[in-house]
Design a protein around this ligand. Structure first.
Ligand code: PMP
Length: 347
């Protein structure tokens, strides 16, 4: 059987998530607050009217209308997917052929590289500076030299929390002819707004309900772009890609967006508190974050990881040798954050 598997797939391992029971989950940048508890009855009521023997709306019309209203764009500017992961895959299916170049500033979200390689693209990683600001000059040079089809910009960046300045984004758009994917999975945790950039059909913005909207379990993400680009992405979209339940809960959460905004404020406040506390710990180097997590470095990282594990706290560590001394802490409830802070202070 192995010989039948495409050569570029053979080298991959499946995406593995640790299933060991833990008390506190601070490893996946989820929201610690479950909004669904407020919406459960209404959700069940609304489900009554749905025919689950029928396929969902393949175009997620009502959800796209609700999103368009929320974002102040047209529904024709939006495509919905089973998590923004699915939109990333659609983009790669649409633009990347065998051997086509994809530019990825690193370190960043690993799925850009993985999906590009599965699509037989040629990934060029452009390392960021020591403070994790992206190397704009090198990104532009590599993109032009290799006629790159895509450039992924994660803003704010996972795992570092770094924000890319508007000026840098504009420079990359102006000086390259590649498609620019601006992944704003964590954009709700900062005040930047780059939505006006979708006037340019080369720009695709990605957003998700998994982080600030407390709906990681619903697997709901979307792309925002010029309508011509969205129509092109529609060519590769699977039929009925987003199930009835996720479309419905997405619409409901948008109707209750004040709840979401309160959660975002709480998380930002906590993030800033945790950052200050970490900054006061001498053995730790912490990076300013514009997202719902904090990236940090310590010579004692192995002990911190071990102590967290012992206490049943999941944090994100890295097997990549260049990130061995780093961890990423998702922001949890104040009580959860205090428990990790106490461990780090103790170490
Ligand atoms: N982009 C970034 C930067 C992420 O960190 C993640 C999830 N960790 C995703 C996209 C995918 O999000 P989802 O598929 O849950 O929408």
């Amino acid at each position: 059987m192995k010989k039948l598997v495409k050569e570029n797939i053979q080298k991959f391992a499946p995406y593995i998530v640790d299933k060991e029971p833990v008390r506190i989950l601070l490893n996946a940048n989820e929201s610690p607050y479950n909004l669904f508890q407020y919406l459960k009855e209404e959700f069940i009521g609304k489900l009554e009217g749905r025919d689950l023997n029928r396929y969902p709306d393949t175009d997620s019309e009502d959800l796209r209308k609700a999103l368009a209203k929320y974002l102040v764009v047209q529904k024709e500017n939006i495509i919905c997917g089973n998590g923004s992961d699915e939109i990333i895959q659609m983009i790669i299916h649409t633009f990347v052929g065998k051997g086509d170049t994809v530019i990825i500033p690193t370190p960043t979200f690993s799925m850009y590289g993985k999906f590009s390689s599965i699509g037989e693209g040629k990934v060029i990683e452009v390392p960021s500076y020591e403070d994790f600001k992206i190397n704009v000059g090198e990104i532009i040079e590599q993109a032009n030299k290799n006629r790159a089809k895509l450039i992924f910009l994660c803003n704010p960046n996972n795992p570092t929390g770094t924000l890319i300045s508007r000026e840098f984004i504009l420079e990359i758009i102006q000086k390259t002819s590649s498609m620019i994917v601006l992944d704003e999975a964590y954009g709700d945790f900062c005040k930047e707004n780059n939505l006006d950039l979708i006037k340019n059909p080369k720009v695709i913005i990605l957003r998700t309900f998994s982080k600030a909207f407390s709906l990681a379990g619903a697997r709901l993400g979307y792309g925002i772009s010029h309508k011509n680009t969205i129509n092109t992405l529609y060519k590769v979209k699977s039929p009925y890609n987003l199930n009835t339940f996720s479309q419905l809960i997405g619409e409901m959460v948008l109707e209750n967006v004040d709840l979401v905004k309160r959660v975002i404020e709480k998380i930002i406040k906590e993030r800033d508190r945790v950052f200050q506390e970490l900054k006061n710990i001498k053995t730790v180097q912490v990076y300013p974050s514009h997202a719902n997590f904090i990236f940090m470095k310590s010579e004692k990282i192995e002990t911190i990881i071990m102590e967290c594990k012992k206490e049943g706290i999941a944090i994100r560590d890295y097997s990549d040798p260049s990130l061995k001394e780093y961890i990423r802490l998702s922001i949890g409830t104040p009580e959860e954050n205090d428990q990790v802070l106490n461990i780090i202070k103790g170490v």
